[in-house]
Design a protein around this ligand. Structure first.
Ligand SMILES: [Zn+2]
Length: 421
């Protein structure tokens, strides 16, 4: 179990500033490209016609018109712990408003938070799966802002010492989008609590507050600004969802808000080293919408650059509107300094032991990337590899014939598995 030791209130200033999406520029090498396509029934690999990939690439380049997009996608993963992060209330999505609340998660004065150690366990699992360096000692901080669904007036989060940093996530792009392997850097993983929810009346005259979600544990995962297209960002989000489900730390349902993706987009002329002004996009409810919202925003910013109106690109939060397929201004974005972070005085530091971390490492299941590489080495096509690794419920592994390099897909076949599950 995690050891939590009280080391007193920290008074040192918060020195580490490289916590922003564009704070560090560490790049990780891309692995090999995979372009083979074949069906399960055939043993002869077929090659994707070059023209499809070439046309996709050329269309994308033409659309960019000498500009390059830099995309970040901050993911919030809601953890499926039995109780909330700092109190003993349960959380059941869809339950009667304000039915799973207590003085602690309602922010009553005089209440004290007590850390749920399952939150730490889930965070370490995700951090290890993302190949991160684990902070053996981390701490919580208060992120202060006002909003009606946040009765305390601050969110318990982690600022300068997150539980994990400097990892990466590997994925394979679907063949229909050009295929290829990608590695995206992970800047940090930190633990925090969720806020409540506002329910707006149809008339728009009033809103009601539901605090059931207040205090539910979240992991925020911030990647390096390595993505360049909407497809890459959407596939990153989809891989994060797979990872969460494989690890069993959350259900990853976007419709329930269990997996939320906040996207940052900026463009800059190719060759320019500084980043352009980044714009945040919210309100996407599927990976498909994420992809389209990013592509729209890239086009909008490039158009403004080309019309010499680049000063109209301001740091702001924009909402994706699915019906019009456009983004709209929601509000100007606060800077980090506005939150006035300071160490949470009511919680001790989180101190882990190497035995604890090793125990969790040894308990990890086979993860999507390892499964894809194993299937690929068995000779399956990339299309089938991606299909099989998409679902952690697919447990059956085709056997390899000992006297042949081909795969025994006799009974049942991979197609049978997909139908049977
Ligand atoms: Zn509570």
């Amino acid at each position: 179990m995690a050891l939590t030791l009280l080391r007193g209130i920290r008074t040192q200033t918060l020195l580490r500033a490289n916590v922003g999406l564009f704070g560090t520029t560490q790049r990780l090498p891309l692995a090999h490209l995979t372009t083979r396509v074949e069906s399960v029934q055939t043993t002869e690999p077929k090659t994707v016609p070059k023209s499809i990939q070439q046309a996709t690439k050329e269309a994308a380049e033409q659309k960019m018109q000498g500009f390059e997009a830099v995309i970040g996608i901050e993911t919030h993963v809601q953890l499926s712990t039995i109780t909330k992060a700092f109190c003993s209330c349960p959380y059941d999505y869809g339950s009667q408003p304000n039915s799973t609340v207590c003085p602690t998660c309602m922010g009553h004065p005089g209440t004290l938070p007590v850390l749920n150690t399952k939150v730490v366990e889930c965070a370490v699992k995700v951090a290890l799966a993302l190949n991160c360096e684990i902070s053996m000692t981390s701490k919580f901080d208060r992120k202060q802002y006002f909003y009606p669904d946040l009765p305390k007036g601050y969110q318990i989060s982690q600022f300068d010492i997150p539980i994990a940093e400097k990892g990466y996530l590997d994925l394979d792009l679907p063949v229909e989008f050009g295929g290829g392997h990608r590695r995206f850097g992970i800047t940090r993983v930190h633990m925090e609590e969720d806020a409540g929810k506002l329910l707006h009346s149809e008339s728009g005259n009033y809103s009601q507050v539901d605090l059931n979600r207040a205090g539910v544990p979240l992991l925020e995962i911030v990647p390096e600004p390595d993505m360049r297209t909407g497809i890459e960002a959407a596939e990153y989000g989809a891989e994060m969802q797979r990872l969460v489900r494989y690890l069993g730390v959350g259900n990853g349902n976007m419709q329930e808000g269990s997996l939320r993706c906040d996207v940052n987009v900026s463009v800059r002329p190719i060759g320019q080293s500084e980043f352009g002004t980044k714009v945040e996009i919210k309100n996407m409810n599927s990976f498909n919408e994420i992809s389209r919202a990013i592509d729209y925003e890239i086009s909008r910013q490039i158009r403004l650059h080309k019309e010499s109106q680049a000063d109209e690109i301001v740091q702001e939060t924009r909402l994706w509107d699915e019906s019009s397929q456009k983004t709209f201004t929601m509000r100007k974005k606060e800077g980090l300094a506005d939150y006035r972070y300071f160490p949470e005085p009511d919680l001790p530091e989180v101190v882990l032991t190497s035995e604890y971390v090793d125990e969790i490492r040894n308990s990890l299941p086979e993860l999507p990337e390892a499964k894809r590489r194993r299937y690929e080495n068995m000779g399956l096509s990339m299309q089938d590899v991606i299909f099989l690794a998409n679902d952690d419920n697919i447990k059956y592994l085709p056997t390899i014939r000992s006297n042949s390099s081909s795969i025994g897909l006799g009974k049942p076949s991979c197609r049978d598995i997909s139908l049977a599950r």
